[in-house]
Design a protein around this ligand. Structure first.
Ligand SMILES: [Zn+2]
Length: 403
């Protein structure tokens, strides 16, 4: 009998210890609102090119609006002016890019109490955590340069702070991870000039979407650390060149850069890309046969049935955090962050359906034992450090040229 009390006490303590380990959503929510949350890639303007969307109210569709951003504690979204590769040979790619930038800038004019455009880490730190969402401009696809290196400075002057050099097709700057074969065997001579110009100005170089060859060329040429604004780990998705190999992640870290993990199933689930490509082919055939559009309810129903047929797995929140943790295991906690690719992906796991989901990621990180300091680094600290370093490299280059 005398052993019963200590045994009971032991199990009670064990249970309470286990209970303490599980973090409540309220705790995670509190942390999410006490730290700065930066998301390095949101694809909104492309969705708005035909129809202006009211972002000041909660929307029933899509991933981003002011209300959900504040619920999730999002402070700094990088919103991408995206240029489709179909503009590559067009003479109005530059004009189109500017019109996408105008659209993002208009958020601040339309809803000045909700959005503001910011251009430096100092400005972000000065403003701090408030209910104003601080948008940073970025460009996705160097097609918008129309082959002119001086356009990099024009975009920088407008407030563009990073450029994703390439998208889904090879362009004038270099080869894409999506297109078969090679046009430049990596970065083109023009692409090299662009990287040097971005270094000179202090504009961050984004390696997401680049082919492996282009990636290695960028790493050789860039004087400043580089960023992958929405690329996950190829370790979990073998053969998917859009994601980064362990060796690439290590190279980015050695150069002082950061890998920003996207949330879309497309990036985090094995073979999702192959299956979704097959579904896309069948969807196009269905649309042609039935003369219906992509957003037609018949098309949507057809796609849903294919997703069930192919058992398309959207993945889980835990999968997203596995990618974050894989980078940490490889190179430490100083080189990883969040780059959702919201509004640019069609399927996302439960828990990160939209910009209200960051607290769920924070909760999962807390449950895995990460400290508040680690979480702060992942949520914004690492990216802001890299951005400051890119600016410092540009500044020291300017000083040297005056000597
Ligand atoms: Zn992208």
């Amino acid at each position: 009998m005398r052993f019963i009390f200590p045994v009971l006490l032991f199990f009670t303590l064990l249970l309470s210890w286990n209970h303490q380990k599980e973090v409540s959503i309220d705790q995670a929510m509190q942390t999410a609102h006490n730290i700065l949350i930066l998301d390095s890639h949101i694809d909104l303007p492309y969705m708005m090119r035909r129809e202006f969307i009211d972002l000041s109210v909660r929307r029933d569709e899509g991933h981003f609006d002011y209300v959900r951003a504040r619920e999730g504690g999002l402070n700094v979204p990088f919103i991408a002016a995206y240029i489709s590769p179909s503009y590559e040979d067009s003479s109005n790619a530059d004009e189109y890019t500017h019109s996408q930038i105008d659209l993002i800038v208009s958020f601040q004019k339309k809803w000045p109490d909700k959005f503001m455009i910011v251009k430096s880490p100092e400005e972000i730190n000065q403003k701090g955590i408030t209910d104003t969402v601080m948008i940073v401009l970025c460009i996705e696809n160097g097609t918008g340069l129309e082959g002119l290196v001086e356009n990099v400075e024009h975009f920088y002057q407008r407030g563009v702070r990073y450029m994703t050099l390439i998208h889904s097709k090879h362009n004038r700057l270099g080869d894409s991870s999506f297109e078969e074969g090679s046009r430049w065997d990596g970065l083109s001579p023009f692409g090299e000039k662009v990287v040097r110009e971005m270094n000179r100005l202090g504009m961050m170089v984004d390696v997401s979407h680049a082919s492996d060859g282009t990636f290695y060329d960028i790493m050789e040429i860039s004087q400043a650390p580089v960023i992958a604004t929405h690329s996950a780990c190829r370790h979990f998705t073998p053969g998917f060149e859009r994601n980064l190999t362990d060796g690439m992640i290590q190279m980015i870290a050695r150069k002082g850069g950061v890998v920003q993990i996207p949330f879309g199933s497309f990036f985090i689930v094995k073979d999702f890309f192959k299956i979704s490509q097959e579904i896309n082919v069948q969807r196009e055939q269905f649309m042609a046969e039935h003369r219906v559009g992509r957003r037609d309810s018949a098309t949507m129903k057809f796609v849903d049935s294919l997703r069930t047929l192919y058992s398309l797995n959207p993945g889980t929140l835990s999968d997203v955090v596995d990618h974050i943790e894989h980078v940490i295991k490889l190179v430490g906690v100083d080189h990883v962050g969040l780059g959702s690719d919201f509004e640019g992906v069609s399927m996302v796991p439960e828990g990160v359906e939209d910009v209200s989901g960051y607290p769920n990621i924070i909760r999962e990180l807390m449950n895995r034992g990460y400290s508040d300091e680690d979480i702060q680094k992942i949520c914004s600290g690492n990216f802001l450090r890299v951005w400051s370093e890119v600016r410092r490299v540009a500044e020291s280059g300017r000083q040297e040229s005056h000597l």
